[in-house]
Design a protein. Sequence first.
Length: 432
Amino acid sequence: MAGAINGTVNGHNNGHIKKPIQEAFVDGNVAIAPNDPEEVPALLKRITLHGEAYLTENDELERSKILDSARSLVYALETPREAIIRHCWSQSTLYAAIETAVDLDLFRALSRDAKPKSAAELALATGVNPVMLARILKHLAAMGVIKETGPDEYRRTGFSISMQSARYSDAYPCMTGCITAGVLALPAHLKATNYTTPNDGTKSAFQRGFDTDLHFFDFLKQHPQHASEFNNHMSAYRQGRPSWMDPGFYPVRRLVEEITVSTEDVLLVDMGGGMGHDLSEFRRKWPDLAGRLIVQELPDVVAQARELNLDPRIELMVHDFFDEQVIIGARAYYMHSALHDWTDDDCRRILRSLVPAMREGYSKLLINENVIPSTNAYWETTSLDIIMMADFASRERTESQWRALIESVGLKVVKIWTARRGVESLIECEVA
């Protein structure tokens, strides 16, 4: 039959039997026509509507709506051929150009003032071949990272200014050093495992991609530079996003108003709380609330946190959240982006180690994590879900998945508090 191809590779692939398939006939004109032209008029109106509101009110929500609509407009207007080239060419090459620029400290040379700078001038400042650098600069300008002001002449943008700080620029060597190879190995890993859901963080695409037997976190322990880059990247990821402790998100005062909490009582235990950033934010935003604040972490992290100038009212405690919780009857136990690192079985181990310490009718568990909606999921969340699948054999969870996990250990979900699309929710739980 014309157009039929044999879909088998030596008849099998690690147990996954591929059936002969019929290649669909595709009109070549479809690939060079707009992808979804029917959506274009409504999207243009939406952009105009939100654009006027943003210019009038300078509202962050309106800005995010414009961005969403603008992305949808690009997807609707570009042709399938253009989308293919964007996926296969622009994304990897842009990444390579930015990481090269980071390594050369190019953004600092470009962004020290607002004056345009020539490729030759920037080559002199970075000490590299001007012909090579001119090619990198041209691609950065073509992709909107920097601004072209003339032939081989460029000026800074908000992006390039930000990239002078390691907090932001570390994202690129971080991804190369401990993330991306695992993601790129995911198709081969899924194929080799017959497309089953990954469920072992020591036997995932991460190990295949980085040629290691180590779990992600053990890998970071052996590569402290990548660990530092990873921490910077995570701090930048969370910057500027609504926090559960902001007014209008979660009713924080309920923690002390519904039930009296004294200065000797434990108000909040941050399990796996890193360097204490969340509780430091909590203390800044709610300085008058009574009760002790405790950060629990592994020994090496606690040692690093002790070197910081944390609020003296924040206590540091060595504790592994896989072990039995030693703080009994706290008003609230809190975990921020901890459970998404682990499989369901591991999460149950973590939660079961906590439940006996919770006082029924008093203690709460506050889980600060992404909750993927059933429709209209945000691209940052779905991207992170694929990263978690590849590098941790874990996941970002839907509401039904969260409820099933939480209820399986004897807890119940009181309410899921959400500020806006694409932002981590706060899942409020109690003993069932």
